[in-house]
Design a binder for this molecule. Structure first.
Ligand SMILES: [Zn+2]
Ligand SMILES: [Zn+2]
Length: 381
């Protein structure tokens, strides 16, 4: 039989937050496992810590008081195992003392009926997601892009109410205008009094004789919206841009959700991207590689000249500093790495063939250049 949180801290049920904090500090001094010899110290310390966490959080304390110790702990356990973010004790989402998605919150909804308790509280609209594809050039420059999406918006004809402003109404007979119904139910966690949002009036307490034709009573409509987004220079494939307030409309005058735009950067035919750096393969002829040359190399900012050293090997890489992608965070650009690919001549005329043969012989190489052999070489390229 577990001792409840108030007893664990030795405070009364109406203790103020200060009293609770003070009681906790005392317990911590006495039972901190690093200082205490009491064999149960760790257990006591943990319990006190837990008690303090719950009782100094208004929302959690209210729930604890409502549910009682036993049920609260069970629900929390369920929440902690069901929830993908570990239920309670997390960082705590906005207005949600249990942080995580699902888990405890779902359990809580089971008790109190689909969030019925919060039905009339302002709620932020859902975040919406969409995708956008941009070219590497656009990612290099940064662009402002118009795009369209279909999203829910508050119905313009009824202002989100779901009924015409002048519709006749009556008090909901199901809940007597309370917006909630109460029933006692058997649940896996014992007998609970369950307060549910009234199904008939959906929590409004009022029934309207007419529904809005435009939205069918939903208060929101799917609309195509055209928006403009700034895609910053240097954006990487897979990054998400957030447009605040462009998501689904909030409920009960709550704020809108956000629109999250996942940006895909298209692969480029010439450049391969590696973070802020770019890679490019430059084809050069055998004589260029032998004698060195000045070659033109494309960049996303126009062609530049690059000095090719005499005797460059195929596969050798040169770095053009600052010719890569702009850095999204921080200043400047990455680099452009140019890898030289020496193209082996494959379609020689008679003159070239003789010159090359002479070249080989001058170097003391013996190359058997009969017709058949040469055909084999050219054929393989
Ligand atoms: Zn009702
Ligand atoms: Zn409407």
């Amino acid at each position: 039989m577990s001792e409840d949180f108030y007893d664990a801290l030795g405070v009364s049920r109406d203790a103020s937050e200060e009293e609770i904090q003070e009681a906790y500090r005392e317990m911590a001094r006495e039972y901190h496992p690093d200082v205490s010899d009491d064999p149960d110290a760790e257990e006591k310390f943990k319990k006190a810590k837990k008690a303090k966490e719950v009782l100094t959080d208004d929302e959690k304390r209210r729930m604890y008081d409502q549910m009682g110790h036993e049920r609260f702990e069970q629900a929390e356990k369920r929440g902690a195992t069901d929830g993908d973010r570990g239920g309670m004790g997390g960082t705590g989402g906005q207005g949600n003392p249990f942080g995580g998605v699902g888990g405890m919150n779902d359990i809580f909804d089971q008790f109190f009926g689909g969030g019925g308790r919060d039905r009339n509280a302002p709620r932020q609209g859902q975040d919406l997601r969409t995708r956008m594809t941009v070219s590497l050039e656009a990612a290099y420059e940064g662009i402002t892009r118009d795009f369209s999406l279909t999203r829910p918006e508050g119905c313009p004809d009824c202002d989100g109410a779901g009924h015409p402003p002048d519709a006749d109404s009556q008090t909901c007979p199901e809940c007597n205008g309370q917006g909630q119904t109460t029933r006692v139910q058997q649940t896996p966690l014992g007998r609970v009094q369950q307060t549910q949002t009234c199904r008939r009036c959906e929590g409004d307490g009022i029934l309207y004789e007419e529904t809005c034709d435009t939205c069918g009573g939903d208060g929101r409509v799917q609309r195509e919206a055209t928006l403009q987004v700034d895609v910053p220079a240097g954006i990487e494939d897979g990054q998400t841009l957030r447009m605040s307030g462009e998501g689904a409309p909030g409920e009960n005058n709550g704020p809108n959700g956000d629109l999250l735009i996942e940006v895909r950067v298209e692969p480029h035919p010439d450049f391969e991207r590696d973070g802020d750096d770019l890679r490019f393969d430059a084809a050069v002829s055998f004589p260029q590689a032998v004698f060195g040359d000045t070659i033109e190399v494309p960049t996303l900012d126009g062609d530049v000249e690059m000095e090719l050293d005499a005797g460059t090997q195929s596969g050798e890489t040169f770095r053009l500093q600052g010719k890569g992608m702009p850095r999204l965070r921080g200043r400047g650009h990455g680099d452009l790495y140019v890898t030289v690919q020496v193209v082996t001549p494959s379609d020689l005329n008679e003159e070239q063939r003789e010159a090359l043969q002479a070249f080989a012989e001058a170097g003391g190489e013996e190359v058997d250049v009969d017709e058949g052999f040469f055909e084999k070489i050219t054929g393989s390229f």
